[in-house]
Design a protein around this ligand. Structure first.
Ligand SMILES: [Zn+2]
Length: 239
């Protein structure tokens, strides 16, 4: 650990360092409570402290040669902190990091996997279970407000408006698929409201339709089968 960085004096650091045991027990008391609630073991994950000026806290999962640990900056959570992080914001910070721990140790329901990212919907879902604010950045007094989990967790693609658009699209696609399938065969007798009864002589596959060459009493006409599907009756359609 460095002895001095920036404006943080050696003395202040020494004083903050003395708070470590107390802070540790403050964090672990909370984590033990959350562990009991969730059946996890976050309270046994090592906690380290530093004097970062740009990061309040972090959770590092095991892997890439790193051991799993929580880390907090004493400059923010120490009682002598200069930035005056208040108790409720401190507790929210602890919960924030615990939610990161949860993402690594819990099964996240499928519906909360829609938004990627470290602070995506999986993490927000974990926040909602433990009352942490689902915001990535520290905001003063956030710890006092009631988080809006519904807004944070609602998948916009599940929104009724979107699903209606999606359903319409699917319907269009399946209609096109239907039109692409050959419903008539050579020799079939079909009825057209204007041209009367005719006999299918040839079927022709098009991109989104099937064109039929039909011999009517007055000659051969080429007609898309979808028009016939709409106008003919199954009784006249013999195969
Ligand atoms: Zn975070």
């Amino acid at each position: 650990m460095e002895y001095s960085s920036g404006s943080v004096s050696y003395n202040l650091k020494m004083q903050l360092q003395r708070e470590v045991p107390h802070l540790k027990s403050e964090i672990q008391t909370l984590y033990r409570r959350l562990d009991r609630q969730l059946g996890l073991h976050g309270a046994s994950v090592p906690i380290t402290f530093g004097f970062e000026t740009d990061v309040l806290g972090s959770y590092t999962p095991a892997g890439n040669g790193k051991a799993e640990h929580f880390h907090f900056s004493l400059l923010y959570i120490g009682y002598l902190d200069m930035r005056q992080v208040r108790k409720h914001d401190k507790l929210d910070l602890y919960r924030h990091e615990y939610a990161h721990y949860m993402v690594s140790h819990m099964e996240i329901p499928q519906q909360y996997l829609w938004q990627p990212g470290k602070h995506g919907s999986a993490w927000k879902y974990c926040c909602s279970l433990i009352g942490a604010n689902p915001t990535a950045c520290f905001e003063k007094d956030k710890g006092l407000s009631k988080p809006d989990y519904r807004q944070a967790l609602d998948n916009p693609w599940k929104n009724p408006d979107y699903s209606a658009v999606y359903a319409l699209r699917q319907e269009k696609i399946s209609q096109m698929e239907k039109n692409r399938q050959v419903h008539f065969h050579e020799g079939d007798i079909v009825v057209h409201p204007a041209f009367g009864e005719g006999k299918v002589e040839k079927t022709e596959q098009l991109a989104g339709d099937v064109r039929l060459h039909i011999r009517f009493p007055d000659g051969v006409r080429k007609i898309g089968q979808k028009w016939l599907i709409q106008h003919t009756d199954a009784r006249f359609h013999r195969s």
